[in-house]
Ligand binder design. Sequence first.
Ligand code: IPM
Ligand code: MN
Length: 360
Amino acid sequence: MSKRSYRVAVIPGDGTGPEVIREGLKVLGEAARRFDFRLETVTYDFGGDRYLRTGETLPDGAVDELRQFDAIYLGAIGHPEVKPGILEKGILLRLRFELDLYINLRPVKLYPGVETPIKGKGPADIDFVVVRENTEGLYAGAGGFLRRGTPDEVAIQESVNTRKGVERCIRYAFEFCRRRNKANTLTLCGKTNVLTYAFDLWERVFHEVGAEYPDIKREYAHVDAICMWMVKNPEWFDVIVTDNMFGDIITDLGAMIQGGMGIAAGGNIHPGKTSMFEPIGGSAPKYTGKNVINPLAAICAGAMMLQELGEAAAAAAVEQAVATVCSRHLKSLAAGQMGYTTTEVGDLVAQYVADAATQA
Ligand code: IPM
Ligand code: MN
């Protein structure tokens, strides 16, 4: 039998992206050895430096080239010398849209030994997953200016919600919730009291699709209440499904309660197609090149990638190794306060993966 083999496109990107991706690849390489599969990588230099040099965000044909890979592993996009929006829209959002990565999956999980700002809560309380719609809503770029720069200026930014787009996201969330099999509860996060068109559609689809999942309990909460409860009673959540903008916002809050940007990972997913995995924090220019940034978020994104590629045992081993490093070693998850360098944290995780039992 030939060895299982995967081709991964690597986009280290800007700022601390290359440093964390280097550690992520170290751990993935160890997982491949330990669990006996092959990982072939091709690195792309898309990002701020290339843009400043060439004026190009993604060159022609790049998206089609990336489509040929089994997965994409992304570090960070965002450069202090490039006007905000150019790289985000030109690279990150473009890849999400053109590869039709309609799910942004963002686990919020507090590992043992990690400090959370939420007093009195521990790993048993903070363990849920946000399913963020990733191709529509306010991110669709619909809108425009009228009489720009005049006192009569009008700026319109429209939220686009299609029946198909909403339905596939909600269906994914029900399926995911069933597979996860934790509390079997899916919460729709919306704003039905104000966004009476968009979330009317979301709510109808939620209940229609939900009727096919009688084993999954359906709950609804407005986005503002979700923010309140994520702080006050995070244990109430199992899986949350929401639109693009709300998902963006609540997952930064989620990252904070799970110990910060140093550990928060996400997957931009189109089931069965080339998906893209990334730490959800930014390029952190002030820490760049200092070997102090926390690579665990990138490493966790790597674990999510393994899971999606079908290497569940390897994914679990990487996650377990991260948990062990958090509980036994790191003083803090914050950049420069870990008690270890970026490289050393990568080494530690890789070592635990190498030592992992075969059956995770
Ligand atoms: C994220 C980021 C992006 C987003 C930005 C960089 C465009 O904040 O992945 O959450 O808003 O989706
Ligand atoms: Mn965000």
